[in-house]
Structure formats: structure tokens, C-alpha cells
Design a binder for this molecule. Structure first.
Ligand SMILES: Nc1nc2c(ncn2[C@@H]2O[C@H](COP(=O)(O)OP(=O)(O)OP(=O)(O)O)[C@@H](O)[C@H]2O)c(=O)[nH]1
Length: 352
């Protein structure tokens, strides 16, 4: 129907009102467009590597894709100029289903709500911790572990700066998790670096760790032409300066990718639940079925069934002293992770 615009003058053309425009639910099928991996994110610009030709192209997001819907590591469909020539731009038109999503809750950023997906399709979280300068903080390792378990990534603990302090204390503290652990020192890279190379080969890994722990140093050692800027640790604060600011994936010469992204240096865990952590440790999870409802599973909880499981009391499976010692170490570690989740929950509530 023609809209009434208050004149019959035939020279005045009437465009259909917005509401009467025909709508279609049929979306274009992008599934035949070339597949590419997002290997760089710098504000609204993406660097893609085409899966088939391995050509690198710059791209922007198509209008119909929401802000934040394309993240590092995504497999996407791209159209437009895919030549990779200087001054050309491709267009990301669709994002493939993700095998894993690493998220960060934003309760630590008071102006933002909810959570943010930061890396897609990663397989390994390489938690980089300096043995000194800056000193290691177990709270940060625990938060990273919880985030890795929640996202379905395999955690790998990389202890750097072994020339400055012994790794023994941390190795002991994390042995109950059965984590893969690698110790490195930049003055004698040798064995540690080789182990790391082996662990990351053919995998898509994400590096996390505080500023100044030596992430860029590791990347430069693993990827000869990375040219990652190496910062210095401030003598007063004992921290680095977050020398690396853009999110970038580096291709390892022996195959695989390693991502350094500033966004994953701290983790809010507001989106993680107790069951996410317990799900990773089936035997502890099993024991908690005998807890009273609303049990926090903390060590001071008088009726928590985890203690009965440690002792091997019925209805849990019996345990000899060696088995009890193993259960006790594992329970202490799991309780530390649960505490990290509880603390995050409490601060999320307080921020609301
Ligand atoms: N003694 C010692 N120093 C190291 C080692 N690895 C790195 N460093 C030094 O630690 C400082 C920080 O290293 P970076 O590689 O820039 O650390 P980063 O984690 O990338 O820091 P950001 O970019 O700020 O996040 C530099 O001065 C490095 O030379 C090591 O194994 N031993």
C-alpha cells in the first residue's frame, strides 16, 4: 500500500516504509568461501591466514557480524580481495563453530558486564611463571588452571628464569595435578626449550602470564623471526611493562601456533562454577556426592566428604597410608582451585 505523504504530486517518489519492506530469513550460504584462521587482532582489523594457500590477508568484519564475534584463533569464511597484496582488504563473512573458547569474566572491570571470549580453538594453555623477578604467585597459577579446565584446554606450566631461583617448591606444589611442567632459563635454553618445542609442536597454544615473566623471550627463542619486543622488569615494582600489546599468533617452524594476547594476562573467574573444577577431578567429584547440600568443600567444612575420602572411610573406597597421602595432596590442590572460584564469586557479587 502507498504511504500517505500529504501530496499527490507524481514527481514525489515514495519509498516503502521500513516496516513494509519485505524481509527474508534466508541467509547467504558462505560455506563454500575460503576458510581462514584469525592470527592477528588489532582493534577492528584482523590478520587471516588462508587455510589452503597459506596466504596472509588483512580483513574487516562484515556488517552483519556483531562486535566481538570474531576473536583470535577463529576459523572464518572470507570473501573479497584474498590476494594478500598490499592495501587490499578481505571481509570476514562467517565464523565456524569453535572447538574451545577461552573466556575472561569482566568482574574486575567495573564498567563492563559479563564475560569476554578471547581465544578460540586453542588446545594448550601455556602458563608462564617466572621463578623470580617477578616472584611467582600461586594465586595466579590457580586462576589460570581453573580457566584452562573450564575452557577444555590442556594446561602446561612453564617455569622461567631458573637461573635466578630453584623450581623445586613450585614443582612440588603442582605435582598432584599431574601437569606437564617445563623449566627454562634464557642463559642456557637447551633442554627446557627443546621440551617446550616438543610440547607445542602441531598444536594451537596460548601463552598466559604476568608482565615481565619472559613470554616474549620464549616466543623469540621458539620463533626466530618473531621479533617480539622484550621489556625489562621494573626494579621498584618488580613487574614488567606489558611490552607486547597487540594480539598475535606466531607460527612455529616445526608446525603449530603460539598466541600471545594481552587480554589473557589476568583472569576473572566469575563465569566458572564449582562443578567445572570438580568435573576435572572425577575421584574428588565422586566423593563430594556424599557431602551435605550446600557444602563448600573447604578444608574447615566439618562434614565435607572429601576428608572421609582422604582417610578411606566408607562409603568411599578404602585407602592405605600411601594412597591417603596421595588423596590428601590432591584434595588440598583441588580445594585451592575451589577457593579461587569462591573468591571470584564473592567479588562478582560484591560488584553487582
Ligand atoms: N635472568 C633471566 N631473565 C630473563 C629470562 N627470560 C626473560 N628474562 C628477562 O625478563 C625481562 C622480561 O622479559 P619479557 O620476555 O619481555 O617478558 P614478557 O612476559 O614478554 O613481558 P610483557 O611483554 O611485559 O608481558 C627481560 O629483561 C628478559 O631479558 C631468564 O630465563 N632469566
Amino acid at each position: 500500500m502507498r504511504r500517505d505523504i500529504g501530496t499527490d504530486d507524481p514527481r514525489v517518489k515514495v519509498r516503502a516504509g521500513k516496516s513494509s519492506r519485505p524481509r527474508t530469513k534466508v541467509r547467504p550460504d558462505w560455506s563454500r568461501e575460503p576458510l581462514a584462521r584469525v592470527i592477528g587482532v588489532d582493534r577492528g582489523r584482523y590478520t587471516l591466514r588462508l587455510e589452503e594457500s597459506e596466504v596472509r590477508v588483512f580483513a574487516v568484519r562484515a556488517k552483519e557480524l556483531r562486535r566481538g564475534s570474531v576473536i583470535m584463533g577463529d576459523l572464518v569464511r572470507a570473501t573479497g580481495d584474498l590476494s594478500g597484496r598490499h592495501d587490499t582488504l578481505a571481509r570476514i563473512v562467517a565464523v565456524e563453530e569453535r572447538a574451545s573458547v577461552l573466556r575472561r569474566s569482566l568482574e574486575d572491570a567495573p564498567d563492563a558486564k559479563g564475560e569476554k571470549a578471547i581465544v578460540a580453538n586453542a588446545e594448550i594453555m601455556c602458563i608462564v611463571v617466572a621463578l623470580a623477578d617477578p616472584p611467582p604467585r600461586t594465586g595466579m597459577i590457580d586462576r589460570c588452571l581453573v580457566a584452562a579446565y573450564e575452557a577444555g584446554l590442556e594446561p602446561l606450566l612453564c617455569l622461567t628464569k631458573a637461573d635466578l631461583a630453584s623450581p623445586d617448591g613450585l614443582l612440588d606444589a603442582y605435582s598432584p595435578f599431574g601437569l606437564r611442567t617445563i623449566v627454562t632459563r634464557s642463559d642456557a635454553p637447551g633442554e627446557g626449550l627443546e621440551d617446550l618445542r616438543g610440547a607445542l609442536k602441531d598444536r594451537f597454544s596460548v601463552l598466559v602470564g604476568h608482565s615481565g615473566v619472559g613470554k616474549s623471550t620464549l616466543i623469540n627463542a621458539l620463533v626466530p623471526d618473531a621479533n617480539r619486543a622484550v621489556g625489562h622488569v621494573n626494579e621498584v615494582t618488580g613487574r614488567g611493562r606489558h611490552t607486547s600489546t597487540s594480539s598475535q599468533a606466531f607460527e612455529l617452524p616445526e608446525g603449530g601456533w603460539i598466541v600471545d594476547t594481552p587480554g589473557v594476562r589476568s583472569f576473572g573467574l566469575g563465569h566458572v562454577e564449582v562443578s567445572d573444577v570438580l568435573g576435572v577431578f572425577p575421584e574428588v567429584d565422586e566423593a563430594t556426592r556424599f557431602c551435605l547440600p550446600l557444602c563448600s568443600h573447604a578444608a574447615e567444612e566439618p562434614s565435607c566428604a572429601i576428608d572421609a575420602w582422604i582417610r578411606g572411610d566408607a562409603p568411599c573406597a578404602a585407602a592405605d597410608p600411601a594412597e591417603s597421602a596421595r588423596r590428601s595432596a590432591l584434595a588440598a590442590s583441588v580445594r585451592r582451585l575451589l577457593e579461587a572460584v569462591a573468591t571470584a564469586e564473592a567479588s562478582a557479587k560484591a560488584a553487582r
